[in-house]
Each structure stands twice: as structure tokens, then as C-alpha cells.
Design a protein around this ligand. Structure first.
Ligand code: DGJ
Length: 720
């Protein structure tokens, strides 16, 4: 709900309130972001806020801006916090002081052209600020819905003058939290260890999470959790700050002694520069701000609901996902029809419905040194072309999926030989050849058009129902010959706009194909990518223990249905660890399920287990897609992992756990379920017990005694 009268503004969601007011000197002051407040409270809040806002008398001293809680920071004019934006004029001046000009409201969520965005929403408030010293206006967007605790924000910068202005920084938002001591949760990692939560006190100064990689990255996810004192998984207040952006981003939290915590973020300003000509506007990516008074668990559930309801393609979000077998870890590049057919035949016997052919089917791609960019089937490898493999799938009643890496090119490829200038490089600078490949210059429309044409041709000519869109290296030598010297700062953002353009066009042209995102595992797992790809390959690490940690961390701000999770072979190719087949299956069942091994080489016992896993997954898939997630045992803090998903009507639940490390005295440990109907009676199929929701949540269940990496999967059904 939005209440606005041109002086005071109150946005309310399911359980939060967000208030702002225009000061007597015309500045937009932040008043409150936290639990709900009423319209009447605005006067009171304004009265307290007024004490720190600049008064008429000290208007020109302007030093009070540093302590005034602002909705959009100034630069070089008494606000010494990190600026939200920097607009450099032709004479080099860049001081800003923005004042309130007008507001308007509109129904629903606004589309952000060329970028992923919330597809729907309750109501949007747009507040226009005008810079005192330049011709720049800024529109601040706030979309709030009564049924959600996610507030969507972004900013649009407009040059109303004639002369070009250089945007040297253009963050999407500023949000202020009252003074207090906060801790920050970040999802950090590296390849094969993505999104591992870390919680630490926020120190004075600026804490910055960012990436310069051109992708949201394995290392730092574009998410920041802010925890108030005492906040836990289940209790207390916290905030989620999440960018709907897949490129080079930055999120900052700035704390000044006894002062508020200032949160900001958007496109990374390092190396950024955008020439905004007279009459042009610059649109920043959306940010999702989430408030929870039910701890981190409550925050995650609000974000999951939001992403499922408002970000992910409605045609796929709740549709049962294909159960796939992917040949990558089964064969790597060493496949031909003879190696693939037994995998397909076995998959059909197990009830798997889709075979996905990974890297190596095209051009001269027999290893990672050649072929990228040549999206033409290599008939020396696949005799009879893709059709023969697809026919084999069809004969088995299965569907077919195919791997692409659309943004890349090998120097040893026909594409590179024809268009060497299409690769990102700078004359005279030896290019960085990560994984022996170069990145295509997606800032150029003709390059994106070409890739759309070639990838589209394969999709048009073949019966393909699934695409895995990979991206195996980050950007270096950020430079494009297509832009003049003074516009090179636009490169990184234009690159990701090119990626979004291709994703938009391909998903639009092939609505019956489900696209899975991937970036060398989980190197581009973000809300922006989820707009185009309903699921993303979570990590190249499919080890039964490591994956539990990765999926735990990923679930902080992404729903289970977004995580593509496969059972792979042991010893695991990444960790060399051996975990039970059953455990690998149980952990993978908490996502979009599949296999990543040579099914034909499995033992009979494994085949029998896999068949049962596939059947069991079909029964729980609906819950995994739609349910409420409760994280019950944190594998990063103890010797167990456990998560449960509860149906929205609380009639069903699915509980998966693992005992990660044995400990001599860890018997008689209890697991307290959450989210059940307290007065309901539940049957747990596998344990053959019936107990009330109250008992299961308050008295708990005794954890099973299991060897290291032993696991369980329980199905609960409400019987009364
Ligand atoms: C990285 C992906 O994460 C793997 O699953 C596989 O597709 C390889 N790339 C192929 O090159």
C-alpha cells in the first residue's frame, strides 16, 4: 500500500513499513524502514527526523547532509558518505544536491526495458528529485505489494539539459537503517564452493561486496543480508538486499559511529562511465529489499515467494521440471553415438525423461581448445548428426536437451577466423586466454544477432526441449572497438545488456524450450538470470556433503526450484570423496533433479536405487517447486544438514537430512520440525509414526543414527 501527499510517503508491505518525508528545505528524508507503522506515526517520525535535517538557517552550510538520512546521496556537497551517483559535467564539476520535485503513483510494477525486472507488483511510487547544480533529474522507483515483504527499488537518471553528462556512478538505491549494531551475511565462495554463507559484525567504514568479473560470479553473490542483534535462522529482524543484475555489481554498507547503516548498490562504479546525452535517460537495475521479523528463514521464504511469483517465467516456474541425465561427467569430450546410446537406453529404463548432450557436439570441439562459436554439429563425432541422438531419445520416449556457450569463441574456430574482431580484445594487448577461449563482444548488436541466428537455427531445425546455456570464463581486457575512447566505461554494462538481449530473444523465439543457466557451475546464479532461466546449474561440485552446504547457502535467497541438482559418480570428480548413492540422491532431490554419470556403468543396486529415486522425486517435485522452505540443521555449524519443505496448505512436508560427521557422543539428538499445522496430525511414511504438528515441532524427532554421510528423506502427510 502507498500513502503519499507530496510531503510524506508511507509504503507498506505484508509486515514492513517504509517512510519518507520532504523536509522544510526540500530534501527527501528517510524516516523509517522496519516493522509496520501507521500513517499517524509519520508526524512523530518527521518530528524526530527534522532534528537532523538541515534547517533554513544553515541551509547553505549544508553540512547536516552527512547525518540526515537520505534516499539518494549527494556528492561533494556536505554528504560525505559514499555517493549514490556521480554526474560529471563538461567542465569537470560533479557536486550534486538533489531536492524533491514531484511524485506520482502507478498500478503494478514498471517494466525495465532491456533488463530483467519484477513482472508484476502491487503499486509503484515514483519520486522525482532535481539536482540544484545541473540539469539532472532522478526518478526513484518503489514498488510495494500488500502480500509481500519485498520492496522493489531502482533509479532512473535523466539529463534534461542539452550538454552531455558523464555518469561516473549510478547506483540503484540508497536505504538507511537506524543506528544499532548489525551483522552482515554474505554468500561467498569460489568455483565448486559457491554461495557459502558468512556472517560477521559490520565494522566502521564501508563494507563492500563487489565483482569486476563481468558476471555476478562464483565469489560474491549480489546479495547482502543485514542482521539485527540476536537475529537467528528463526527469530529476529533482518533485511535482504539483492540485485536483479548479472554483471559487475557492487553492494555497500557504510557505518559511521553511532550513526545509521547506509546500504547502497547497483552497477559497479569501478571503471564505469556512461555518457548521458541531453534528453537521454539511464535506467539502473532493480534491487529487492526484503524485511523479515522471523529471522533469516522468514526472509528466505519471502524472497522465494517473490522470485517465484514475480520474477521467474510464469510459464515454467511451477511446471514439473524435466528429470535429466547429462553426459558431461560420464564422457567429458570423449563421446560418440556408441557411448551415448547406452546412457540414453538406461535412462529410459529408470524413468528419466530427458537426455542432455553437453559440451563437444559442434565444430572442431574435441577438447577445450577449439570449436566454440561454431554451432554446427560435428558429424564425425555424431554420425548422422543430432537427429540420430534425438531419434534414439524419442525411441525411448525421452526428450533431448543441448549445451551451448553462446557468449564465447575459441581462436581455433571458423567464427574467429572469419571475425577476429568480434572477440573482446585490444590491439597490442595479449589477450587473457582463460580456458583457452575468448569472450565475444556482446556490446555489439551484430555479434548478438549472429549468435541468435546460429543458435536459433540449431533450435529450429532440431527437436530440442531443453538448453543448457553455459559461460565458462570472466571478462578481461574490457574494451570494445565499437565505442569511442570516452565511452569505454560503458563496456561492462553494455556487455550484460547484450547477454540479456540474446536471452530475451532466444527464450521468446523458443517458448517451448526450457533454458537452464550455467556459468562454469554456479558463477552467474542471480535474480537477473532467473528472469530468463527458471533453473540454474548450482555448482560443478556434486559431492554429497559439499553440495549440502552449497544448496544451504544458495537457498538463502533463491528458491529450491531454481537449483539444478544432479547425482554424480563416486569418488566425486571434484572432491575425490565417496558418499552413499542414496545420499547423493536425497540431496539432489531438493532441487531440479537429474543425473550426471554413465548410467550404463552403474551397479544393479545403484540402478534399482536410481529407479526408486526418480519415482520418489516425481512425488515430491510439486512440493519442491511450490513449498515453504525451513532450514533446520546448518551443515556449516554442526554435524548435520537438514531442510524441509512444507506445502502452503501444510498438508504435506518433505524432510531431507544428512549426518555429515560422526561424533562419539552425538546420540539422542533431536530435530524440531517447523512450519507444520500445530493442531494437525501427521504420518511419517518412512518412520511409520503418527504425531501431532505440535509434537513434531516442540518435542521433536530423534535423529537417526547413521554413519558419516548417511542421510534420510521423510515424507509427511497430514491425516487429520
Ligand atoms: C562447465 C559446466 O558447469 C559443466 O557442467 C559443463 O557443462 C562444462 N562447463 C562443459 O564445458
Amino acid at each position: 500500500m502507498i500513502l503519499a501527499d507530496g510531503k510524506r510517503f508511507l509504503l507498506s508491505g505484508k509486515s514492513y513499513g517504509y517512510a519518507m518525508a520532504v523536509t522544510e528545505t526540500g530534501f527527501l528524508q528517510h524516516l523509517h524502514y522496519g516493522g509496520k507503522i501507521t500513517e499517524r506515526d509519520l508526524d512523530y517520525l518527521f518530528a524526530i527526523g527534522a532534528t537532523v535535517a538541515p534547517h533554513k538557517d544553515d541551509f547553505n552550510a549544508d553540512m547536516a547532509f552527512d547525518s540526515m538520512l537520505g534516499e539518494y546521496g549527494f556528492y561533494a556537497r556536505g554528504d560525505y558518505k559514499e555517493p549514490t551517483a556521480i554526474f560529471e559535467r563538461r567542465d569537470g564539476a560533479s557536486m550534486t544536491r538533489l531536492r524533491y520535485r514531484a511524485y506520482r503513483t502507478q498500478k503494478g510494477a514498471p517494466a525495465v526495458a532491456g533488463m530483467p525486472h519484477a513482472r508484476s507488483g502491487g503499486e509503484t511510487l515514483i519520486i522525482t528529485l532535481k539536482d540544484d547544480f545541473s540539469e539532472i533529474e532522478v526518478d526513484l522507483y518503489y514498488t510495494a505489494s500488500d502480500d509481500s515483504d519485498v520492496l522493489v527499488r531502482n533509479a532512473v537518471v535523466r539529463n534534461t539539459g542539452r550538454e552531455a553528462v558523464m555518469l561516473k556512478k549510478a547506483f540503484s538505491f540508497r536505504a538507511e537503517l537506524p543506528n544499532g549494531s548489525y551483522r552482515m551475511m554474505r554468500l561467498a565462495g569460489t568455483w565448486a564452493q559457491e554461495r557459502i554463507p558468512e556472517i560477521a559484525p559490520i565494522a566502521h567504514g564501508v563494507t563492500r561486496l563487489h565483482t569486476l568479473r563481468g558476471a555476478s560470479s562464483h565469489n560474491t553473490n549480489p546479495f547482502m543480508g543485514i542482521l539485527t542483534e540476536g537475529c537467528t535462522e528463526e527469530r529476529g529482524e533482518c533485511y535482504g538486499v539483492q540485485l536483479v543484475y548479472s554483471g559487475a555489481f557492487a553492494l555497500t554498507a557504510e557505518w559511521c559511529k553511532n550513526g545509521p547503516l547506509t546500504l547502497q548498490g547497483g552497477i559497479n562504479d569501478v571503471g564505469f562511465g556512461w555518457q548521458l546525452n541531453g534528453g537521454e535517460t539511464f535506467v539502473t537495475p532493480q534491487t529487492l529489499l526484503t524485511y523479515s521479523y522471523e529471522g533469516l528463514g522468514g526472509m528466505s521464504r519471502s524472497i522465494h515467494d517473490f522470485l517465484r511469483e514475480k520474477m521467474i517465467d510464469p510459464a515454467y516456474v511451477y511446471r514439473q521440471r524435466p528429470i535429466v541425465v547429462n553426459n558431461w561427467e560420464a564422457t567429458y569430450f570423449g563421446f560418440d553415438n556408441e557411448k551415448l546410446f547406452p546412457i540414453i537406453d538406461e535412462a529410459a529404463k529408470l524413468g528419466i525423461d530427458t537426455f542432455v548432450l553437453d559440451d563437444g557436439w559442434f565444430g572442431a570441439r574435441r577438447n577445450d581448445r577449439a570449436g566454440l562459436g561454431d554451432w554446427f554439429v560435428n558429424e564425425d563425432v555424431l554420425k548422422g548428426g543430432l537427429k540420430t541422438v534425438i531419434d534414439r531419445c524419442k525411441k525411448n520416449g525421452m526428450k533431448f536437451g543441448l549445451w551451448f556457450e553462446p557468449e564465447m569463441v575459441n581462436e581455433d574456430s571458423d567464427l574467429f577466423r572469419a571475425h577476429p574482431d568480434w572477440a573482446i580484445c585490444k590491439e597490442g594487448v595479449e589477450p587473457c586466454r582463460c580456458r583457452n577461449q575468448l569472450v565475444l563482444d556482446f556490446t555489439r548488436k551484430e555479434v548478438v544477432d549472429y549468435v541468435f541466428g546460429t543458435v536459433g537455427k540449431v533450435l529450429k531445425e532440431n527437436d530440442i526441449s531443453y538448453v543448457k546455456w553455459d559461460m565458462n570464463r570472466n571478462i578481461t581486457e574490457c574494451f570494445t572497438a565499437a565505442l569511442p575512447a570516452e565511452r569505454q566505461g560503458e563496456f561492462m554494462h553494455r556487455y550484460i545488456l547484450g547477454v540479456y538481449d540474446l536471452a530475451e530473444r532466444l527464450t521468446g523465439a523458443f517458448p517451448n524450450v526450457i533454458f537452464e543457466g550455467c556459468a562454469g557451475g554456479g558463477g552467474r546464479f542471480d535474480a537477473g538470470m532467473l528472469y530468463y532461466f527458471p533453473q540454474i546449474w548450482t555448482s560443478d561440485d556434486t559431492d554429497g556433503y559439499e553440495r549440502a552446504k552449497i544448496q544451504w547457502g544458495t537457498s538463502v535467497c533463491y528458491p529450491l526450484s531454481a537449483m539444478s541438482c544432479h547425482v554424480s559418480v563416486c569418488p566425486n570428480h571434484q572432491t575425490q570423496r565417496t558418499t552413499p548413492f542414496q545420499t547423493r540422491g536425497n540431496i539432489a532431490s531438493l532441487g531440479a533433479f537429474g543425473y550426471e554419470l554413465d548410467l550404463s556403468k552403474m551397479t544393479d543396486e545403484e540402478k534399482a536405487l536410481a529407479k526408486l529415486q526418480v519415482e520418489a522425486y516425481r512425488r515430491t517435485a510439486e512440493l519442491v517447486l511450490k513449498g515453504d522452505l525451513y532450514r533446520l540443521k546448518n551443515p556449516l555449524e554442526g554435524d548435520y544438514f537438514c531442510m524441509s519443505v512444507v506445502s502452503k496448505d501444510k498438508s504435506e512436508a518433505y524432510v531431507v537430512g544428512e549426518r555429515t560427521h560422526g561424533n562419539p557422543c552425538d546420540y539422542n539428538q533431536y530435530l524440531y520440525l517447523r512450519g507444520l499445522d500445530a493442531d494437525g496430525l501427521y504420518e511419517i511414511e518412512e518412520l511409520k509414526i503418527t504425531a501431532s504438528g505440535k509434537a513434531l515441532m516442540n518435542a521433536g524427532l530423534l535423529l537417526p543414527r547413521l554413519p558419516d554421510f548417511g542421510s534420510w528423506a521423510w515424507h509427511l502427510k497430514q491425516v487429520r
